[in-house]
Every structure is written in C-alpha cells, then in structure tokens.
Design a protein around this ligand. Structure first.
Ligand SMILES: Nc1ncnc2c1ncn2[C@@H]1O[C@H](COP(=O)(O)OP(=O)(O)OP(=O)(O)O)[C@@H](O)[C@H]1O
Length: 669
C-alpha cells in the first residue's frame, strides 16, 4: 500500500503531507493510526478473498458478519477507554470521579473469580449428532420412555423390570464384543457373574416393584427391601448400628431351637411382640443389644429366649465344669424383678432341663453360694449381692459369656453402677468381640454377648454401654421414654390434705379390679395403707423396709387378688408384671419422669388397656415441665393449673433471666 493510498483513509484530524516537514504525533494519535491501518488491511484482504472465490458461502458470510460485529465492538470499547482517559486528565473530572466512587462505588470491572467447581465443570462443544455411544449401546438408541402404567405398580410409569432386564442384556452384549475384539474368552468367574446378574434381573418378573401384595401375604424369600421397610414402620421398630439382621415376622421364622419354640407355644405367646421380633435375631447372632421399648411390651422374653438358645449350644454342665460358674448372668435392680425373671426363665426352659439360681439380698448368702457351686446354667441377681458373692469367692464367672442388664438405668440410678461394673469385670475378657465393627463374627465361636434393656435410657447408661458393649445395635420401639398409648393418663392438681379423700373415691370405683398406689417414702406407704385398711379396703404394702419374706407374701397376695390394693414405694415401680392391674395411682409424683413412665407402666401391659391417675401439688414444680411435655406427647389432658404455671414453661436448669440472643431481638419501627 502506498503512502498516498494510506493518507486518503486517514482518520479525521490526522493529516499527513509528505511534502511538508514531519509532524509530531502524540502516542494516542499513533495508536489510532496503527489501528486504522490494521483495519484497512484486514478489509482489503477479505475483499480479495471474496473476489477469488466469487461468492461467499452462507457459513463464511455468517462468520464474516460475526467478525465485523466483533471489530465494531472492539473499536467502541477502545473509543470509550480513550474518552475516559482524556476525561480523567482533567482535575475537575478526576474529583468528580473520586466523589462518585466514594458514594456509588467503583466502576472498575470486578475480577472474575473462577471457583474450583467452575474449573471442573466441563463444557462439551460437540453436537448430539456426533454422539457415537448410540452405535455401541442399545440403551442409548432406545431411551426408556415413561408409559402410562400408573396404578399397575410402577414408579412414575417406568417399568423398572424391563429396564433392568434390558440393561443387563446390553451389558452382556458389550462385554462379549470386548472379549471378541481382544481375542479372549470369558473366565468362568466372569461368565458366572454375568449370569447371576441376569438371574437377579429376571427375578424382577415375580416381585419387587409390584405392590399388589402386602408383606403379610408374602413368603420370607419374597420379602423385598420395601416390604421390610413397611414391616419396620408397622411395628415402630428403629435400629441404630451396622450389619443388622432382618427382624423375625413370626415364631416359625425365628432360628430358636424346637424346644424353645415348644415352650413359647406352651406359654401362649402366639405372636412375638415388636421388641422380640427385632432383638431375638440379634441375640441369636451374638450381637450386643441395647433395647428400649415401652413398659409391658415383652422385653423379658426378648432377652431370655436368645439367652436360653445360647445355652443350648454349650455342653451340659458336668462335674468338671460346674465349679467354673454359670454360663449366663442376668442382673436386675430389685429382688422382686430378679425373681420374676427367674420365673420367666424357668417357664421357657421347660424342655431344656437347665438350672436357674437367683441371688438377691435378704436371703442367706452362704446358701446361695452353695446352690451356685452345685452347678447352674443361669444366675439371676441384684448387682450388689452378686458382687458380694464373687468377692467372698462363693461363686466365680469363669465361663460366663452372656450377660443381661435389665432396667440398666435404674441400677445406675440406685447407685449400683460400681457393682455392675465389678461383675462385668469378673467375667472373662478373652471372648470380647473385635472392636472393628466391619469385622464379621465367626458363627462357631463364642463371644461375650451383652444385653441392656429398659423403657428409658438416660445418658449414664449410654456411657456404661460405650465401655462394655461392642458395636451394639440399639433397638427402639416407638419413642424412647414415652408411655404406652394403651394407658389413659389423668393428672389432678390437688392440695396435700385432699389426697386421701380423692384416693378413696378412686378405690371405691374399683369393684373387683386391682390398683397400685405409689407413694414416695416408706413411712408414708405404711401410714396410707393403715388408713385404707381401717376404712375397710383390702390393702397390702410393698417397700424396701420390709423383710424379704414379707415382701414376697404381699406380692403373692396381690397377685392372687387376696388384696386388691397394693400401696408401694418405687420398689414396685419397675418391671413388676402383675396381670390385669386396672389402675395405677401416683399418690405422690416421683421426682423424675422416668420413674413416672415405669410406675404407670404397671398397667396397660401385654396389649391390655389401663388407667393412670396422678395427684400433683404446687410443691412438685420440679417435674412440671417434663410432665407437661409427656402429657402433650401422649395426647392426654393437661390440667389448666399445670399448663399456665411458670415452672411448666421452662425446662429446669435453663436460665430465665438470660439476656436475649441476637436471633431473639425483634426490630420495630
Ligand atoms: N409375645 C407375647 N405374647 C403374649 N404375651 C406376651 C408376649 N411377650 C410378653 N408377654 C406378656 O406381657 C407381659 C409383659 O411382659 P414383660 O414383663 O416382659 O414386659 P417388659 O417390657 O419387660 O415390661 P417392663 O418395662 O415393665 O419391665 C408379661 O405378662 C408377658 O407374659
């Protein structure tokens, strides 16, 4: 290009005349000049190309248009930059800009931050038509279409059975092609794996996605994951733990021995209760279990049956090993409960011919020691007395690998924690399960199995469990700590002086039914019982201040309905199973709500309904909050005096005058 040609196209304001002296150009003028020349060159080149190929193709035409647009945009941007620069050289403009920046923020473009996510995001610049996967895989060729199959057991109209089958068919085809191309043959393992997958896919034909049958109509092998989920929901069973075996749906499906199943039938237990369904299979696999279920829901059989099943696996006691102690130990907080568990074990061990000994306070320790040394498979004990026996060497636990802590929280609450730990430490530790929860247990090996059961599980028990249980499974039926829905709860706000009169009114309505009246202190138990006795009621008492013999006579008299009112302290609050108690009356409310749950649980047992009445005074503020929550939770009426009392609105231990937190502040205009 000649100089004259160039000068003709110069931008306005920059004129060059070669005949005149050289002109000084500023930097910006030089830049402008260079840009102009560059644009002119490109334009010419393009015109040249167009002439060469005569007519531009539509694509070329498009891209040329785009390029032109891009060039225009660039020159606009340059012009704007230049204008800004000139403007900012002016001090007044500079000041204006600074003020603008101060109040309205900088106009400078923000640097774009590329997040790590954005870096990884891939963008494909190929088109659908370029996708080659459809040549190889039929699945892509015929993408699955949703068809109107609603109401026929398919999810969202998708026939998963067909989908699964097609997927495995294609997988086999592709795999075979790969083998063919590579000139190799499938190994037996690979072929078997493919075949197995096909078989699994075929199974979809018979069940799984179909919801036409309820789980109760299905055989065990037909149960799908979904059925098991519904089953657990139906019985309110929830688990916490790993590698959990399936619950049992009925006795026939359990792995209990025939003798035990016969004993279950003999006891009249037609169907297992939810806690039994969930925890018996766990016990049979020697898993450690923490079982939390409502009062009267059959927890005793839930630990007794796996315990007896375990004993049947061991050699019968002989002269050689009977001095080594029992095979299993059950600990319970009270003597009455220990004796009740003994009865339950004897009931289920009917066809096994095993010996059970109970070791509780109030009886001769020497005699108890003698009975153990004579040989027994199971010992039921209160922790204090058992530790005493162990320390005096009346008995040893050299071959005991099965331990049950019934009402574990109560034992800790009563201060028996050290004794429980002492007994656990006296057991052989060589058979503890591996700490690693992924390690599979050897079915033929004997491990130490620990069971903990209660209707309530406060944190102190969880601490004990952490130290002595290995990878336990926590089985909860319903809501932990909640009273069973079979009990109708009433709470009355009364004055202390009104209690006796009101109690008598309730007892008058009993007829031939039975009632337990709970009172917080032994002394008051005796006083109230005396009063009722004088008034002509058939009353007996039970508390820790009575001799063992008196306690047994009282309980037996109440069981046989010789007496229809039992006035008792908390000794009778836990575990005691007396059928058909119609009414539980809390003459005094216990100072902990867990005790309340257990006390009222003496009624409404084994599927029967019951009534619980509680007298509350204005001095019992300690439990107001928890009691109100409990009543609300179980849809029971809350007396208005309790509902509006300040103590029922604030959890004990929380600070009423706490300054409001940031989130609590409400701004008003
Ligand atoms: N599967 C069953 N079928 C029928 N009755 C049962 C079944 N399981 C337990 N029972 C009966 O239910 C009653 C309560 O059982 P159990 O004493 O074991 O309850 P629990 O859960 O231990 O109660 P608590 O928490 O008060 O100790 C007992 O009389 C028992 O015989």
């Amino acid at each position: 290009m000649t100089t004259s040609e160039r000068s003709m196209n110069r931008p306005v304001g920059i004129k060059l005349d070669p005949s005149k002296k050289p002109v000084y150009l500023t930097k910006s003028q030089r830049e402008q000049l260079a840009l102009h020349d560059e644009i002119a060159d490109q334009k010419r080149g393009h015109e040249h190309l167009q002439v060469k190929y005569n007519r531009p193709s539509s694509d070329n035409h498009c891209s040329e248009k785009n390029r032109k647009r891009e060039r225009d945009r660039n020159s606009d941007r340059d012009r704007e930059k230049e204008l800004n620069r000139v403007r900012l050289e002016n001090p007044a403009e500079k000041e204006l800009e600074a003020i603008h920046e101060q109040y309205l923020g900088s106009k400078k473009p923000k640097k774009r931050v590329i997040t790590s996510c954005a870096k990884l995001r891939s963008s494909f610049d190929w088109e659908n038509s370029e996708d080659t996967s459809r040549d190889v895989n039929l699945l892509y060729l015929n993408p699955h279409e949703a068809r109107p199959h609603f109401g026929r057991g398919f999810f969202g109209g998708i026939d998963r059975r067909e989908q699964k089958k097609l997927a495995i068919k294609n997988e086999r085809k592709i795999q075979e092609e790969i083998w063919k191309k590579g000139g190799v043959e499938a190994t037996a393992v690979e072929a078997a794996a493919l075949k197995k997958k096909e078989q699994i896919a075929d199974l979809y034909d018979t069940f799984d996605m179909r919801v036409d049958r309820h789980w109760t109509d299905k055989k065990l092998e037909e149960m799908t994951e979904r059925d098991w989920r519904i089953f657990r929901e139906d019985y309110n069973i929830s688990y916490k733990g790993s590698r959990i075996p399936r619950p049992m749906r009925n006795w026939a499906e359990s792995a209990l021995t025939t003798d035990l199943l016969k004993a279950v039938e003999r006891a009249g237990y037609r169907k297992p209760s939810p806690i039994q369904m969930a925890s018996i299979p766990l016990g049979l696999q020697q898993r450690d279990v923490i079982g939390v279920a409502e009062t009267g829901s059959g927890k005793t059989a839930a630990f007794v049956l796996p315990l007896l099943n375990y004993i049947t696996r061991l050699p019968p006691l002989s002269e050689e090993n009977e001095a080594e102690g029992p095979y299993a130990v059950v600990m319970a907080p009270t003597r009455e409960l220990a004796q009740q568990i003994e009865d339950e074990i004897v009931k289920f061990a009917h066809y096994l011919g095993i010996k059970v000994v109970s070791i509780v306070g109030g009886q001769s320790i020497e005699e108890q020691g003698f009975r153990i040394r004579q040989g027994c498979e199971v010992v039921i004990a209160t922790p204090g007395r058992l530790l005493d026996c162990l320390e005096r060497r009346y008995c040893v636990l050299n071959q005991c690998n099965y331990v049950v802590l019934d009402e574990a929280d109560r034992m800790i609450d009563m201060g028996f924690g050290p004794q429980v730990v002492g007994v656990l430490d006296a057991m052989p530790s060589s058979n503890m399960k591996p700490k690693n929860e992924d390690e599979k247990l050897d079915e033929n090996k004997i491990y130490r199995t620990t069971y903990m059961f209660s209707a309530t599980m406060p944190p102190a028990v969880e601490r004990l469990a952490r130290n002595y249980l290995r990878n336990p499974v926590v089985v909860t039926i319903g809501t932990a700590g909640k009273a069973t829905d079979l009990i109708t709860q009433h709470v009355f706000m009364v004055k202390e002086s009104e209690k006796m009169f009101k109690l008598q009114r309730f007892l008058d309505e009993l007829g031939d039914k039975t009632a337990i009246v709970f009172i917080n202190s032994r002394k008051r138990v005796d006083t109230v019982a005396k009063h009722l006795d004088k008034a002509g009621y058939r009353v007996t008492t039970l508390h820790g201040g009575k001799s063992q013999e008196q306690r047994e006579i009282s309980l037996e008299g109440f069981r046989t309905k010789k007496y229809n009112v039992l006035v008792a302290s908390d000794v009778a609050g836990r575990g005691i199973d007396i059928p058909d108690v119609a009414h539980v009356i809390n003459y005094d409310i216990p100072n902990k709500l867990e005790a309340y749950t257990h006390r009222i649980g003496r009624t409404g047992r084994a599927g029967k309904t019951g009534v619980a009445t509680t007298f509350l005074t204005l001095q019992d503020t300690e439990v107001f909050y928890d009691l109100k929550q409990m009543l609300i939770q179980s849809d029971s009426p809350v007396p208005p005096e309790l509902a509006r009392h300040e103590a029922s609105k604030l959890k004990p231990g929380s600070i009423p005058g706490r300054p409001p937190r940031r989130n609590d502040i409400v701004f008003t205009h």
